[in-house]
Design a protein around this ligand. Sequence first.
Ligand SMILES: Nc1ncnc2c1ncn2[C@@H]1O[C@H](COP(=O)(O)OP(=O)(O)OP(=O)(O)O)[C@@H](O)[C@H]1O
Ligand SMILES: [Mg+2]
Length: 333
Amino acid sequence: MSELQSPIDDVLMSEEQASNLTYFAFAKSTHAEPALVPARASIGELPDVLAGRYRLERLLGAGGMGAVYRARDLLHEQFGDPDPYIALKILSEEFAESPDASALLYSEFALTRRLRHDNVLHPYTFEVDTDCQRAFITMELMRGLTLDKLLCERPLGLPWKELRDIVLPLLDALAYAHRRGVLHGDMKPSNVMLSEDGVRLFDFGLGQAEEGILPGLPHLSRERFNAWTPGYAAPELLEGQPLSASADVYGVACVIYELAGGKHPFRRLPSTQARDEHLERELQAPQGLPKHCWPALRAALSFDPAARTITADQLRDAMGATSSWLQRLRRRA
Ligand SMILES: Nc1ncnc2c1ncn2[C@@H]1O[C@H](COP(=O)(O)OP(=O)(O)OP(=O)(O)O)[C@@H](O)[C@H]1O
Ligand SMILES: [Mg+2]
């Protein structure tokens, strides 16, 4: 998703003006806030400062249900944090009043919080701004490129040396999430960031917990809010089957294939259409991929979930294995 220039930049006070304000962290409970937070309206009814603490600075991206902003945590700043920047995901206006949408946002937060992994985005808090009645998530600010942007810069894909450094951590993250009973549900290039701190999988907005995990989370029908992404969703999802780890494997395999050769395996067609047109018959190993990785990736791209038996862990092992290691294994057999 391209970085959108937000109109909020126009209505923000200058740094100088802002820094002249004395900020009281707990201003909400005092009468000082109106004097500190400019009263004028800002984009889409959003105040400039949320929950008396997070100053919205710039729109980073917008998606199906909400928007993500770069924000400054004024409380941390007040206590001398040299890097008080965070990212903040908030429901857009049309969803703000829907309790189901807030519950979905909470579910995204709860799923992500269950994961503590270097290659999964680190969430901070789930909060509600009581004045504007909007729920939002705060999280680490990733600085870098999402894989869709990387693909725009590298339309022919990446050589194995570079590819490996993205694909292995990405599969590590996904395999870990699956082990923790968390399904992602929206594996696609724009939901993976190549950040200054390494690869990060994020946006569990369409995610779900496996049966018995996080039982308190409401089970909401995702279809009511946000369709699956047709070019990356496995056929069974598009046909109404529930989300599964295997569907995530299909999505991540599309991402890996695209990174390896610059082209989506099935011309970005919805997987049901690609299957009905038998596009798998034309499927060839992408350029940048070593031969020993292809059988596993090919299996992960199976349209038929019964044939897609490979797990994220196994795909990771296959991608991480060196060809000489495989040769040694074969010789021993
Ligand atoms: N923590 C973050 N740090 C920096 N940028 C972020 C962060 N989270 C999201 N973004 C940016 O905002 C975009 C949208 O974020 P996200 O995918 O979470 O929202 P979404 O509403 O679910 O979008 P979509 O429906 O397109 O998947 C991302 O592609 C990325 O460019
Ligand atoms: Mg997204």
